[in-house]
Design a protein around this ligand. Structure first.
Ligand SMILES: [Zn+2]
Length: 210
């Protein structure tokens, strides 16, 4: 996103080398940024909501930082975490930028209109991001909610949740705060489209932007 005077990239996707054997696709970040007129050298801040491979895969290119002028930000608890799964795709995947990471703290505004908040459970240092512009507000849920079914079934765990019970409590608390005026982005929702949550009775409905 373009904050006043700052270009902020939030997560870098699956990356330049899609994971083999999975039904997944990646490696189009650079082209997608070019499509909106953003060169890698113009990115000032790369904010990583958490350090799973499908969110950091485009952080490194050709053995170095894919965004050479950027400061890299994530939560220190994810840097200290030993997940015990996918060891080859965790910190090793971003090794070339590890010494450039400036950890964030809960509630920190990292650029005008861009504020991070701790939302642990999926990973220990998982972050959600609030974007503010004028009177408008958007929330990027990262992996705090993986699919629209979890909007109501907040106790449903995703296989990758490090602490499913904590992830569930975080999810429910987050969703209770989001009103129908707030734009919502979720990293794994169908089509990767922004949308809104419409609450009727006890049910929450996902309404993607058309
Ligand atoms: Zn994840």
């Amino acid at each position: 996103m373009e904050a006043p005077g700052r270009t902020v990239l939030i997560d870098t996707g699956l990356g330049f080398n899609p994971l083999e054997g999975l039904d997944s696709e990646g490696g189009h970040l650079t082209e997608a940024l070019a499509g909106i007129g953003v060169s890698p050298v113009a990115v000032d801040i790369v904010l990583l909501t958490h350090l799973h491979g499908d969110h950091v895969g485009g952080t490194v290119a050709d053995g170095g930082a894919a965004f050479p002028n950027a400061t890299y930000r994530c939560h220190a608890d994810d840097l200290a975490w030993q997940p015990g799964v996918f060891p080859d795709t965790y910190l090793a995947q971003i090794e070339p930028v590890l010494d450039r990471i400036d950890p964030v703290a809960d509630g920190m505004t990292i650029a005008p209109g861009v504020t991070v908040r701790e939302a642990p459970g999926h990973t220990p240092g998982h972050l959600v991001v609030t974007l503010s512009s004028g009177g408008e507000r958007a929330v990027l849920l990262g992996d705090a909610v993986h699919c629209p079914a979890q909007l109501d079934a907040t106790d449903w765990a995703m296989i990758g949740d490090a602490d499913p019970a904590l992830a569930s409590r975080t999810r429910e608390a987050l969703l209770r705060e989001i009103d129908s005026e707030t734009l919502v982005g979720a990293a794994h929702f169908p089509g990767l489209r922004f949308g809104r949550l419409v609450t009727g009775g006890a049910a929450r409905t996902w309404v993607p932007l058309s």
